[in-house]
Design a protein around this ligand. Structure first.
Ligand SMILES: Nc1ncnc2c1ncn2[C@@H]1O[C@H](COP(=O)(O)OP(=O)(O)OP(=O)(O)O)[C@@H](O)[C@H]1O
Ligand SMILES: [Mg+2]
Length: 606
């Protein structure tokens, strides 16, 4: 025994409790548990029995020792291999130096270890931090030359295993997200390898393309669909694209129409490695567009006010129309409610969840009309979007198209419109294929269409096509009994909007309205009431709040001067004799106000 060899025969090394040991095994299981079971199997087959393999955590606690003999050797489980007790060990050196270390026989400082040899290697996580140490121990006389070699390859194997597990965990998680994304979207997604074989396809893709996903994986895309897949172009160009429109004719499934994006996949060296193909059915695109641009009806029949026989008859026919799919022609002067009726027919019909697309036939410049109505194919004319665009008829699919001012529909396009109505399909400008559309047509006009036909501005055959159900909206002057009802309705409706509190609508306000001829019909009446509410400064509407042309036009019993005098008195009272305000409200100058006060002997009441 040399002097510097400690003999601690009667002193016990530090040891953690069994619970603590279990806790430590649990926290370190990432790196040590998998290899332990493998090693146990391996060791059981080895003839040589006198060596030990130990796993020690970074706090120097022995987590596990395994041996073919079943014994534990010197580094027993739960013991803390600290320097104070064990002195120099390969475990201690390996941990502090962060490298593989071998300590043989008398290089140990503890007497009991003098006839032992031990090799240790640190185990690292993917960031280089030390998880712990693995060590190989045997009696000196049995210690093989390859002790350090064994431990070195074992530590590398453990690190690889841990890394592999981390990666596979990561992939499992990524796959989970990928599954959620690809299942959650209604867009089709197909991943293709560099030869255009299918690596992955989501359910939506299978549905859109009418193919069975399971039978498609690993096959060439050309072999699973019955048309020439447009994605193949990307395999030639190696260039992707975003949101391009494609219309494909499938012999089996008819027209497939979608918006597509293709993303090229490249390997680390930048070589083409495949394509991810995203595609969305055009129906979904249209639905989005129409909800986005607000092509939705907002009126229904209960919003149409009036009890006159003529109006009731118009409502009766419109309700019948709403239950059918036939073309409707609404005729009526401006402001009689043509658009309102068209909306109600749509809103209360079978297509209420589809778009309500308004086309004002007179408002679109002739040269743009065709592309606006019917769309165009890619690159069909200069100035057109390279990618092509759908027209309003296509966007109205499954809904109603309201052709307002049909009398102004360009003569040159009327044949095309007629064909659309007959065939229920459109052909875009520059295209040859017909795109099927399911639309309901409601046309409206405030012109006498028969005159337009006589003047050869409107095709007779088109007129007959549109005129399946005709609805005639009476002018307001022909249903004067509706005027008081409409007045009250608008006063109520607009008071809310203008934040007025009208308690009374005087007869002197309503009477002149019932005899007025209303060239602008209900819209004009609505405007008159909005104006009156704006100028009314108290809570009663009376003659003073009506525009002059209505009072002027009113062949009532009173003379015009009488009416003027009364309205001046009223306005003066309303404004508490504020001459400036009175002049403003009546639209006359201040001197004129004074002139009339004198002329008609109007006196301020005290
Ligand atoms: N019967 C009615 N009840 C309630 N409001 C009505 C009625 N008729 C028309 N209106 C109102 O009048 C306004 C004008 O109606 P609409 O736009 O439908 O008329 P139009 O016949 O299409 O007119 P134009 O020929 O000028 O386009 C509507 O905004 C609505 O508020
Ligand atoms: Mg209109």
């Amino acid at each position: 025994m040399t002097k510097d060899h400690k003999n601690l025969k009667n002193i016990e090394p530090v040891r953690v409790s069994p619970e603590e040991l279990n806790r430590r095994r649990e926290t370190n299981k990432v790196w040590f548990s998998s290899i332990v079971s493998l090693l146990e199997k391996f060791i059981s087959k080895i003839k040589k029995k006198d060596f030990f393999i130990s796993f020690i955590d970074s706090d120097r606690v022995v987590l596990k020792t395994i041996s073919p003999s079943g014994g534990e050797g010197v580094f027993t489980e739960g013991v803390v291999i600290n320097e104070e007790f064990f002195g120099t060990t390969s475990i201690e050196c390996s941990l502090t130096r962060n490298e593989e270390v071998e300590v043989i026989g008398s290089d140990h400082t503890l007497l009991q270890l003098k006839d032992w040899a031990c090799a240790s290697s640190p185990i690292h996580d993917s960031e280089g931090n030390i998880y712990g140490v693995i060590s190989f121990t045997s009696k000196l006389n049995n210690y093989p030359d390859y002790g350090l070699g064994i431990i070195s390859s074992l530590s590398q194997a453990i690190e690889k295993e841990v890394r592999w597990r981390e990666i596979s965990e990561y992939f499992k998680l990524s796959k989970k997200y990928l599954d959620i994304i690809s299942k959650g979207t209604k867009d089709g997604i197909i991943c293709l390898d560099e030869e255009a074989k299918i690596l992955y396809m989501n359910e939506a893709a299978g549905e859109i393309l009418h193919v069975d996903i399971k039978n498609s994986l690993g096959k060439f895309i050309v072999d699973i669909v019955d048309f020439n897949p447009v994605i193949l172009s990307v395999f030639k160009t190696h260039e992707g694209y975003t949101d391009q429109e494609f219309i494909i004719n499938s012999p089996l499934w008819g027209t497939l129409h979608f918006i597509k994006s293709a993303v090229v996949v490249r390997d680390e060296k930048g070589n083409f490695a495949g394509v991810v193909d995203f595609f969305r059915k055009i129906g979904r695109v249209r639905k989005f567009v129409t909800s986005y641009i607000g092509a939705q009806a907002k009126f229904n029949f209960s919003d149409i006010i009036g009890t006159s026989l003529k109006l009731k008859e118009a409502i009766r026919i419109s309700k019948i129309a709403s239950k059918s799919n036939s073309n409707v022609l609404i005729l009526g002067e401006t402001g009689t409610g043509k658009e309102m009726f068209a909306q109600a027919i749509h809103y209360e019909g079978l297509r209420k969840n589809g778009p309500f697309m308004v086309i004002n036939c007179g408002a679109i410049p002739r040269e743009l009309a065709e592309s606006e109505f019917f769309g165009y194919e890619p690159g069909s004319f200069t100035g057109a979007d390279k990618r092509g665009r759908p027209g309003k008829f296509e966007l109205a699919n499954r809904g109603t198209i309201f052709l307002d001012e049909i009398g102004e529909f360009p003569l040159g396009l009327q044949v095309k419109l007629l064909r659309v109505l007959q065939e229920r399909s459109i052909t875009r400008i520059g295209g040859t294929r017909a795109i099927a559309i399911d639309i309901r047509i409601i046309a409206a006009s405030n012109r006498d269409l028969s005159k337009e036909i006589d003047n050869e501005n409107f095709r007779k055959d088109l007129y007959h096509r549109l005129n399946v159900i005709q609805i005639n909206l009476p002018p307001l002057k022909d249903r004067t009994e509706d005027i008081p009802i409409l007045v009250n309705y608008f006063v109520e409706k607009l008071s809310v909007k203008l934040q007025k509190n009208i308690k009374k609508v005087d007869d002197s306000f309503i009477k002149p309205l019932t005899t007025y001829h209303f060239p602008g019909n209900v819209r004009e009446l609505e405007n008159i009431i909005e104006r009156a509410l704006n100028i009314c400064e108290n809570n009663e509407l009376n003659i003073s709040h009506l525009p002059r042309e209505i009072i002027k036009n009113n062949p009532s019993l009173k003379s015009i001067d009488e009416i003027k005098r009364e309205s001046l008195i009223q306005v003066l009272q309303d404004t508490k004799w504020n001459i400036l305000k009175t002049a403003k409200i009546l639209g006359i100058s201040r001197p004129t106000v004074y002139h009339h006060i004198n002329k008609w002997h109007i006196q301020k009441k005290s």
